[in-house]
Design a protein around this ligand. Structure first.
Ligand SMILES: Cc1cc2nc3c(=O)[nH]c(=O)nc-3n(C[C@H](O)[C@H](O)[C@H](O)COP(=O)(O)OP(=O)(O)OC[C@H]3O[C@@H](n4cnc5c(N)ncnc54)[C@H](O)[C@@H]3O)c2cc1C
Length: 389
């Protein structure tokens, strides 16, 4: 028997799950299709920061903050515990040269209404006593939070199902049929076909493959990131820590040079430290374009460990229990694509790079507003697909 849906969502990562949740909450008939299992892509191989600290001043930070502010209510709304906490984060400042750049950055963020504050040497060391003695200060971002991304993904899917969504896992989309009028008509899978007038491509780093099915060239590239998991240990840091150089590495600010080894520079190594609810911790990070490769590399991991020990010397005595790598869906301007397209009924929600967990809720909301033709919460201009043409 032919299957039908108002909207088919492709991809069961955090982005597709959030879209399925928001669409089914407004009573649309939604089918979510995932080729593997929920959170089996990048959303299961990442950190869980819901952060503003690593956004750029302007539209970027405002969008991150808007999405972030949706999490307290969502944590209440979902049946599953998503381990949501909001303790703020601290960005470490290594030396006086970095302090001057950080102060200017902080002033700009405050002008956009973000709760950023410079901490002097005394303040930052009182806040995190395990820090290396020579760290000169920090930048506190009071609004930042974190959660368990896999729990978020599964919680959203469970919630979507309660609102009536159908979820097919282990089902791959293999093609998209357009009608004679050029509109989306049918989604082809390796199992059944689904008749629909609307499809959302939320396939993360695989979204270009889905785009090709309708002749669209989506400029998303996989940007690999590796992570180290530490053994359960003392609370090395109370809350999420990163180094100011992380922001530089992410946005490829090549005019600023940190005092790091050539290998660290090459692999885009910069400290991020995330305590988890279980008292393990995650140490990142790296940024490399290595295609779809998700193998960890000892040279990269060594650089990450050295960088972490430079900021927290106590880490040298703590064992690593696991490492993994994920692929961030990168776009050339570091902004996601949340957009309709020239093909009526074909929507794109991808390219969230290192912020997909944090931006998942606003993405679900915006795509729902787009499909329901209601006013968007924020301007959609910077997110449009056609900005790349
Ligand atoms: C090391 C690392 C650390 C990170 N840390 C953070 C962080 O702290 N905070 C944050 O906000 N973000 C972070 N990110 C980024 C975040 O993980 C991603 O932006 C986010 O997971 C992307 O979600 P997604 O749903 O778009 O993609 P995915 O989670 O990859 O989901 C896409 C899904 O589409 C499915 N799919 C593909 N092709 C098909 C097909 N043909 N048919 C059906 N299904 C298909 C895939 O199987 C996959 O499950 C990090 C990323 C990395 C790598």
């Amino acid at each position: 028997m032919a299957k039908t849906a108002d909207v088919v969502v492709i991809g069961g990562g955090v982005v597709g799950s959030a879209i399925a949740y928001f669409l089914s909450r407004v009573k649309l008939k939604v089918t979510l299709i995932e080729k593997g299992c929920a959170a089996g892509g990048t959303s299961g191989k990442c950190d869980g920061n819901v952060a503003v600290y690593d956004a750029l001043p302007g539209y970027g930070c405002q969008m991150n903050k808007m999405s972030q502010d949706m999490f307290p209510a969502m944590a209440e709304e979902l049946e599953d515990d998503i381990e949501w906490t909001r303790k703020g984060s601290v960005v470490l400042i290594e030396n006086e040269a970095e302090m001057a750049i950080a102060q200017a950055h902080c002033r700009e963020m405050v002008a956009y209404g973000m709760p950023f504050k410079i901490m002097d040497r005394k303040e930052v060391h009182e806040d995190e006593p395990n820090l290396a003695d020579d760290i000169v200060g920090g930048m506190e971002v009071a609004c930042d939070g974190s959660l368990n991304p896999m729990a978020l993904c599964n919680g959203l899917i469970k919630g979507a199902r309660k609102f009536g969504a159908t979820v097919f896992s282990c089902t791959a989309v293999t093609g998209i049929s357009l009608g004679a009028n050029g509109k989306v008509e049918k989604i082809l899978t390796n199992k059944d076909d689904i008749a629909t007038e609307n499809v959302v491509n939320a396939a993360g780093v695989w979204s270009p493959e889905i785009g090709e099915m309708v002749g669209l060239d989506i400029p998303v590239k996989p940007r690999q990131g590796q992570l180290i998991v530490g053994e359960r240990s003392l609370a090395v840091a109370k809350r999420k820590i990163s180094e100011f150089g992380y922001i530089m590495a992410k946005f490829e600010k090549l005019d600023y040079r940190r005092n790091v080894t050539p290998e660290m520079e090459k692999y885009g190594v910069a400290l991020v430290f995330e305590p988890t609810a279980a008292l393990n911790f995650l140490i990142g990070s790296s940024r490399q374009f290595v295609g779809m490769d998700t193998a960890c590399d000892l040279a990269v991991l060594r650089g990450m460990a050295q960088r972490a020990i430079r900021f927290f010397p106590v880490l040298k005595d703590i064992k690593i229990i696991r490492t993994y790598a994920g692929l961030r869906p990168y776009t050339p301007d570091h902004m996601p694509i949340i957009s309709d397209t020239r093909i009526p009924g074909f929507y794109i929600a991808t390219g969230h790079e290192g912020n997909g967990i944090g931006l998942s809720l606003i993405t679900g909301q915006l795509i729902t507003q787009m499909i329901c033709q209601s006013a968007p919460d924020i301007s959609l201009e910077p997110l449009r697909f056609d900005r790349f043409n």
